[in-house]
Ligand binder design. Structure first.
Ligand code: HEM
Length: 218
């Protein structure tokens, strides 16, 4: 069988992929404690996924969603051919890989969004609900009727109530955030296993292809 070398992955897809791997590893390693690096990694992931979604519509042929999103029937047929030891060949992503990409991007987006909600409940970032807002509310309660002490106590109670609500919100978002971080990790394991299986089945090192950009197409 003759083969030809085809440039499949453009430089931006490759840069996107390996930057995503690096930022995802950093985010997972820094998730336990309050860490600025974790927040920076989260913003970087958001930027990368945002770029990839746009690139999926305007990028070159093999980067487009329309090139690798196939019907459920085609996807099942591909998986059947893989299990039968005669996998159908796709120059770009195979149908199973294509759906895995959508799942990965969606799960990453949810993880980043819920992370921003946690950060917001702590009074930081674009979704912040606390911080200056709390002071503004308690200041609005102050008046000039002379009973400063009462006002002060009222303000403190307000603050306590707000902090309680904030903690509840923080815990709520934290749980969902953690769930999606680990769900993404599970998808990554399946993704890497899929890459190994497809590489063996097609006799081509797909990791090398994601580095060089080239594939040997039969
Ligand atoms: C060391 C671990 C990893 C390896 C070896 C690896 C390898 C690969 C390979 C070979 C492809 C191309 C598959 C194909 O030929 O169809 C790919 C695509 C992809 N991988 Fe990974 N991957 C790794 C980790 C990750 C992680 C951690 C993520 C996300 C959190 C990820 C997300 C993706 C995405 C979104 C694509 C689609 C690329 C595109 O078209 O833009 N990968 N990966």
């Amino acid at each position: 069988m003759t083969e030809k070398l085809v440039r499949v992955w453009d430089p931006l897809v490759r840069l996107f992929h390996w930057s995503l791997v690096a930022t995802f590893v950093i985010a997972m390693l820094t998730g336990e404690e309050e860490s600025l690096l974790h927040v920076v990694a989260g913003y970087a992931i958001l930027g990368l996924v945002g770029f990839r979604i746009i690139w999926g519509f305007i990028g070159p042929r093999y980067a487009r969603f329309s090139n690798f999103l196939y019907s459920p029937g085609r996807t099942i047929r591909y998986l059947g051919s893989l299990l039968g030891g005669q996998p159908e060949y796709y120059t770009g992503h195979n149908p199973a890989g294509g759906w895995m990409i959508v799942l990965l991007l969606a799960s990453l987006l949810i993880a980043v969004y819920t992370g921003l909600e946690v950060y917001g409940a702590e009074g930081h970032g674009p979704l912040a609900t606390g911080g200056p807002g709390i002071e503004w509310v308690s200041a609005a309660h102050a008046d000039d009727d002379g009973d400063d002490d009462d006002d002060h106590r009222e303000g403190e109670e307000d603050d306590d109530q707000h902090e309680g609500e904030e903690n509840e919100a923080e815990e709520f978002w934290e749980e969902i955030h953690e769930f999606f971080a680990y769900f993404t990790l599970l998808l990554v394991f399946i993704h890497v296993a899929g890459v190994v299986v497809a590489s063996r089945a097609h006799g081509e090192n797909l990791v090398k292809a994601m580095i060089s950009g080239n594939k040997h197409v039969p």
